[in-house]
Write a protein that binds this ligand. Structure first.
Ligand code: PLP
Ligand code: ZN
Length: 415
């Protein structure tokens, strides 16, 4: 387990000692998210390609660059080391050299958010905080409530009233105190921040608490290891607040600092057409993000006021990557296509990354020789209602072979 040596502001570059500040840069305020940095030379001494090969199959295999001091603080749920499948038929169809999909819906509560919650709850226990809180479009909340439950601490969750039922149910099942906020994610975020300040709870928001992105970065570390340290040329991931994409970048950046890789893949952020402030800022080469509307079926990326825009823009710019938007129809149609061609059933925000890949490939923006990976950030069972919009209806039959055969043969289905 590692003690970070420095917290560095992404906007102004100011440097703080760990413990001096816990959340964002005091000079830049909420926009000034911090990078958690380690003694990389020291870390590289024991975290080598060889030593990693034999370690436990969870994100804790990267202990040298994770900000947890006491091993006893780690909740027992198995998180990370999700599969990265290679799908040659998809590569062939879309005209790239290699196509891989990382199924992060396989995490214990069903999304990539578990990586952040695992580290966040361990950190809270490390520093003796007994109550953790967050605002969330859904998954960060389900995830926090699960990890808080096994960590033996309390959780307060603020979600927009419209959050999918499956996600809200998950919170209640894990025993979180759930606050449905009459408003959108921005309202939930503001209320959570006010409550956290008032009651002194530990803040699990990834855009405020820099230690959480440390959990998310492990997705990149795994991609590096799972490709045998021969990284893809391009990695697609969907973008809401900007923490997941910021985490991918941080993971690759840490590996570069440790000389475990020699180049960074191009990181491509995928936003919904109805919620695309980071896309707009990137395309217009703006220095800052202007907040805009948020209207998409993909609730996990329905973010008009992204809080971690600074890390998101940096990820795309510094990796020489790109941003792309997809419509709700494109997102919904990506759900069954992804499931049928790769076996991975993603929620709308997860399938959105695949929709972004499909769109760029269709527009001829990817090279024939490119090796591509798509991160599916959340499990399809999280949002059944939207998944159903993208598929047909089942047959309804009397429990007799006559009715079944009659319907089958009338349908013209080959049997
Ligand atoms: C949270 C989430 C995202 C977006 O992550 P941000 O860090 O908000 O950009 C994408 N997909 C799923 C399934 C999520 O839960
Ligand atoms: Zn700053």
């Amino acid at each position: 387990m590692a003690q970070p040596v420095e917290l560095k502001c992404v906007l102004c570059g100011a440097s703080y000692a760990p413990g001096e500040v816990e959340y964002t840069c005091p000079v830049c305020g909420l926009d000034g998210t911090l990078d958690v940095l380690y003694d990389y030379e020291e870390a590289a001494r024991t975290m080598t390609k060889e030593s990693l090969a034999g370690r436990e199959r969870s994100l804790w295999r990267y202990e040298e660059i994770l900000p947890v001091v006491d091993k006893g603080s780690i909740p027992h749920l198995a998180v990370g080391w999700t599969p990265l499948y290679e799908c040659p038929a998809v590569a062939e169809e879309y005209g790239v050299r290699e196509f891989r999909v990382k199924d992060d819906g396989r995490n214990p509560t069903g999304s990539l958010k578990d990586r952040a919650s695992a580290v966040g709850v361990a950190r809270a226990i490390d520093i003796n905080q007994r109550t953790v809180a967050c605002a969330s479009t859904g998954n960060a909340a389900s995830s926090l409530s699960g990890f808080a439950a096994v960590g033996g601490i309390r959780s307060f969750i603020f979600v927009p009233e419209k959050a999918p039922v499956a996600k809200v149910t998950q919170l209640l099942v894990y025993g979180a105190t759930v606050v449905l906020v009459k408003g959108d994610y921005a309202d939930a975020f503001n209320l959570a921040t006010a409550a956290i300040n008032k009651y002194g709870w530990y803040n699990r928001n990834c855009a405020i608490n820099p230690y959480l992105v440390e959990g998310k970065k492990t997705c990149a570390l795994e991609i590096a290891e799972q490709t045998g340290w021969d990284l893809p040329d391009r990695v697609f991931i969907s973008v809401g607040d900007g923490c997941c994409i910021g985490g991918l970048y941080k993971g690759f950046a840490d590996l570069l600092r440790m000389s475990l890789i020699s180049r960074m893949p191009k990181i491509v952020g995928v936003q919904a057409r109805g919620a695309k402030p980071i896309y707009e800022a990137f395309k217009s080469k703006a220095e800052r993000v202007t907040f805009g509307p948020a209207d998409t079926v993909a609730d996990s990326i329905s973010v008009g006021a992204p809080r971690n825009w600074a890390k998101a823009l940096r990820a795309v710019r510094e990796s020489e990557g790109d941003m792309v938007t997809v419509s709700d129809e494109e997102i919904l149609s990506a759900i069954p296509e992804l499931a049928r061609k790769t076996g991975v059933f993603g929620e709308p925000a997860g399938a959105a990354a695949f929709a972004g890949f499909r769109k760029m490939a269709g527009e001829g923006l990817l090279g024939r020789g490119e090796r591509v990976a798509v991160v599916v950030t959340g499990n399809g069972l999280k949002d059944i209602e939207n998944a159903r919009k993208s598929v047909g209806v089942p047959m309804l039959v009397e429990p007799t072979i006559e009715d079944f055969s009659g319907q089958l043969e009338r349908s013209g289905f080959p049997c």
